[in-house]
Design a protein. Structure first.
Lengths: 343, 265
């Protein structure tokens, strides 16, 4: 652990970066708005045009807050998974939690129409999508956990996660084979990931999921630190492994499941940020890493969103592709620097 | 019937059968064990590979169910102790690798204070004193900021023992703490353990293959074997011939006069 003074200054730097990233994120978009108008609007002043006010408050600000919630939440769930599975390459995406969510979403968007026929589109409301993908991710997490109790080699778990990914992808393919073009398109757009379409009430709902996940994680901090020694040592120090396991799964389900439900699958953030935060903060202590990954994840997601918007153009790229483009090189870099993959 | 047990002993074992349940059948590794470890004593657990040393240590620490019999920590049956209470009575050093080798020595040793810290694991002044004491006892002060993956085997073993020491329990159980070490570091570890029993008044039971060293350094030795398990002081065990039948006689034999094993010539 580095000195606490250094840790405090790193956190100060992270907060400054987050505010800067937020400012850049808000000031870029298809409609150019002067930066002074943006900050003026945030603090209640009149903007040059009324439409600017509308764009900032009803489009850009909820999107930026969503980005922070998603980036922080996914990073935290990645941290939880890596500690639970003692595997540096674990994460919500790698272990198939997001695949579970996508299966849930696919079943709802495409499966219901197969069964229900006409009028099924009414079922695919926002709330039902959230419930379906949330259930999907919880189900997959549960199965992965069952399998993990029978596996000694943590690396084997990655393969299990990959297999779940293949199974869900296959099921989605079968579903899509039988569905209408319209539903197919709806599902594909869902799988691109999107953080821009959330209303304030949905942002509120998402923040409840993330906040609940963060609160549970805070309650688990001590157990998480004990798990750094391994499960047996944790037991010898009075930690109930079944309770902490269930807590970690619940928190991950709320975070990863909730986020995937609202924003679609967002790759690699959850895997990469915990490593970046460990490297930056130079510690394994979850009490420092937890706020660290929340901030770092928020910053990275804001930056990814800026890139996805293709500044000064009217196009918005799928956010899921951008996070992969940023995240995958990070994972390769981690593998090349073997020493840093220890955790 | 409730067995009566003495409250002053850190560990008391009565008619303990260790082993595994295989398809409903008990597969016992040794005849029932009876022994008592007095406070401040250093004891070794010896036996050939597969004799049940690790199983016994896991049973004593409550991580593995006993087939029958009882284990008392300061007079209380181990299964009746709440997890935190047990963690304050008994600490372990295991052979399994640490899940995270990027922990610093200080972080590792400080984690031993878990049973005493608050819900978030904050170290009090008392906790810091205990950690500092453990680091000093295990001669780790100069390397306390190093990550565990940079340590030598001997240093890592000392760090693991320091973690158990900072847990501040009356009883410490160690599974093969001297494996993979050269002779110098084996002796160093064992002498440090002896010092912990004398200075801090801890009771230590460790499994080992270093029978010669155990005979020289330990207060008691427990010999595990499928036929007859014996517990006693090294001298008594030598006289009673306890070591003679420990290994098959085709390659080595026990020399009673020198108290060590010799290769058959």
């Amino acid at each position: 652990m580095r000195s606490s003074k250094k840790t405090v200054s790193i956190f100060g730097g992270l907060v400054v970066l987050l505010i800067a990233a937020l400012g850049v994120n808000l000031s870029l978009g298809s409609v150019p708005i002067p930066i002074e108008d943006i900050f003026g609007s945030l603090f209640g002043a009149q903007t040059g045009r009324e439409s600017w006010q509308y764009i900032i408050w009803n489009y850009r600000l909820p999107k930026a807050i969503t980005a922070i919630l998603i980036g922080g939440g996914l990073s935290l769930s990645g941290l939880l998974m890596q500690t639970l599975f003692r595997n540096p390459l674990a994460g919500p995406f790698v272990l198939g939690v997001s695949s579970g969510a996508s299966l849930g979403a696919a079943l709802l968007i495409m499966g219901v129409s197969l069964l229900g026929g006409v009028g099924a589109g009414y079922f695919t409301s926002d709330l039902s999508l959230i419930v379906a993908s949330g259930l999907g991710s919880f189900l997959v997490l549960f199965i992965v956990l069952l399998v993990s109790t029978r596996l000694k080699d943590p690396m084997a778990l990655l393969i299990v996660g990959l297999m779940f990914g293949s199974i869900t992808a296959a099921l989605v393919t079968v579903l899509s084979f039988f569905s209408q073009a319209e539903q197919l398109q709806q599902y594909i757009f869902w799988s691109y990931g999107s953080i821009g379409n959330l209303s304030w009430s949905q942002v509120g709902l998402l923040s409840i999921f993330v906040l609940a996940g963060v609160c549970i994680s805070i309650g688990l901090l001590k157990a998480l630190n004990a798990l750094l020694l391994g499960e047996k040592y944790a037991v010898s120090m009075g930690i109930s492994t079944s309770r902490s396991r269930n807590g970690i799964i619940l928190a991950t389900g709320l975070l990863a499941g909730g986020i995937t439900a609202f924003a679609g699958p967002i790759a690699f953030i959850g895997l990469a940020v915990p490593h970046l935060a460990r490297q930056l903060l130079g510690t394994q202590d979850h009490r420092i890493l937890l706020p660290g990954v929340l901030l770092y994840g928020g910053i990275l997601m804001l930056v990814c969103d800026v890139i996805a918007q293709l500044p000064f153009s009217a196009y918005v790229l799928p956010i899921n592709a951008i996070t992969s483009l940023v995240g995958a090189p990070v994972v390769i870099w981690l593998l090349l620097r073997r020493n840093r993959m220890l955790f | 019937m409730k067995t009566i047990s003495n409250h002053s002993y850190p560990l008391e074992v009565k008619a303990l059968e260790i082993g595994y349940q295989v398809k409903g059948n008990k597969r016992s590794l040794t005849p029932p064990l009876n022994f008592t470890l007095p406070p401040g004593s250093l004891s070794a657990l010896v036996g050939i590979n597969g004799s049940g040393k690790s199983t016994l240590l896991r049973t004593l620490s409550g991580m593995h169910p006993a087939l029958s019999g009882e284990v008392f920590l300061k007079g209380i049956p181990i299964q009746e102790l709440a997890p935190t209470h047990r963690a304050r009575s008994l600490s372990v050093v295991l052979t399994e690798p640490l899940a995270s080798k990027n922990l610093t020595v200080y972080e590792l040793v400080a984690l031993g204070r878990h049973p005493y810290t608050n819900w978030i694991g904050q170290l009090s002044t008392e906790d810091r004193t205990r950690v500092a004491y453990a680091l000093e006892q295990m001669e780790l002060d100069s390397i306390k900021q190093q990550a565990c993956h940079t340590l030598s085997d001997g240093q890592l073993q000392r760090a693991l023992i320091a973690r158990a020491l900072s847990q501040d329990t009356a009883l410490m159980l160690l599974d093969e703490p001297t494996t993979h070490l050269d002779l110098y570091h084996k002796v160093k570890i064992l002498k440090l353990l002896k010092e912990v029993t004398r200075m801090a008044g801890k009771t230590i039971l460790f499994s080992t293959h270093e029978i010669d060293l155990a005979i020289q350094l330990c207060d008691h030795i427990l010999i595990l074997s499928p036929e007859l398990s014996q517990f006693g002081s090294p001298c008594n065990l030598i006289e009673s011939g306890g070591f003679d039948a420990l290994f098959p006689g085709d390659t080595i034999h026990f020399d009673r006069t020198h108290g060590m094993f010799k290769v058959n010539k």
